[in-house]
Design a protein around this ligand. Structure first.
Ligand SMILES: NC(=O)c1ccc[n+]([C@@H]2O[C@H](COP(=O)([O-])OP(=O)(O)OC[C@H]3O[C@@H](n4cnc5c(N)ncnc54)[C@H](O)[C@@H]3O)[C@@H](O)[C@H]2O)c1
Length: 278
């Protein structure tokens, strides 16, 4: 077993960002189940504390992932609880509009949270993992919640998809950069997941239709898949696997994908109508 994994005699801490709710919360639950001393962190400090108490995590605290120093401070707090074993970059935002219809603020926030926030988190975690080698705790696990949209054109969600493609690229490169330190980096790329993020999309809009044409996962499924990669050499996984194959094929032929997209949206819109949602 890698020394970064938690055991009853050698407890390890773990930090999950954006964990007050949704996929982050489910990931925190999974890590608690495995015995990690979990720090639930979120922009929403009250929500983080409430979630931590509900799921039996060590603690909940404020963390705005856009702040590099704040990421380092939370990493230091976790390390004081027990040697850091895992850090999960989950916090994210999404706005369902075309590039030209988003506000400047929405575009900037998407990049700040979804891309820079992951970079700051990875750097904070990797620094602690490397320092810990001096006390005999070598390695660590970094998890990233990317998205299936990292693999394919996604009209009406173009900025979000671009941020997720960026973090998937980051994950694959950094996994190699940190390999010699025994630090493993893994990303999960799920299709739609039933969370407040999706609830916030316009029910009459194109993004809800394209999601309804695909597979709606639960936060727990995503959390299990991500954490199951810890301790393995697996760098990323798409969920479900077949949607990853279709998405990558679409990215190989964006022109063909442009023709298929309206059809998929019609299928999704019909499913939403049948479900009484539009
Ligand atoms: N829901 C989906 O369909 C879906 C699919 C694929 C990937 N994802 C990704 O999963 C991750 C979690 O999304 P979710 O669906 O659970 O969404 P959610 O909106 O339910 O939860 C996101 C959490 O992130 C927090 N957050 C937002 N900005 C933050 C910041 N600056 N610093 C710290 N925390 C911040 C929010 O307060 C919230 O608790 C995101 O990265 C998202 O892009 C979601």
């Amino acid at each position: 077993m890698p020394p970064s994994r938690t055991t009853p005699t050698r407890p390890r801490s773990a930090v999950v960002t954006g964990a007050a709710r949704g996929i982050g919360r489910a990931t925190a639950v999974e890590l608690v189940r495995l015995g990690y001393e979990v720090v639930v962190s979120d922009l929403d400090a009250v929500g983080a504390a409430a979630t931590a108490a509900e799921i039996g995590a060590h603690s909940g605290m404020a963390l705005d992932v856009r702040d590099p120093d704040a990421n380092r401070q939370v990493a230091a707090v976790a390390r004081d609880i027990a040697p850091l074993g895992a850090w999960v970059c989950n916090a994210g935002v999404a706005f369902d509009s075309d590039l030209v219809d988003l506000t400047d603020g929405q575009v900037r926030l998407s990049v700040d949270v979804n891309v820079l926030g992951v970079m700051w988190g990875m750097r904070a975690a990797a620094d602690v993992f490397r320092d810990q080698a001096a006390i005999g705790v070598r390695g660590g696990e970094i998890g990233v919640v990317a998205s299936l949209s990292a693999h394919a054109p996604v009209p009406n969600l173009s900025v979000y998809a671009a941020t997720k493609a960026a973090v998937l690229s980051l994950t694959t490169s950094v996994a190699s950069e940190l390999r010699a330190d025994g630090i493993r980096v893994h990303a999960v790329c799920p299709d739609g997941v039933a969370t407040a993020m999706v609830d916030g999309f316009d029910v009459h809009g194109g993004t809800r239709a394209i999601l309804a044409a695909g597979v709606m996962l639960t936060p727990e499924q995503v959390a299990r898949e991500l954490v199951a990669m810890f301790g393995t050499r697996r760098v990323y996984r798409t969920m479900p696997v077949w949607r990853g194959v279709v998405a990558r094929a679409a990215s190989l032929s964006p022109a063909a994908s442009m023709h298929a997209d309206p059809l998929l949206r019609r299928i999704g819109a019909r499913r939403l109508r049948r479900a009484g949602l539009r």
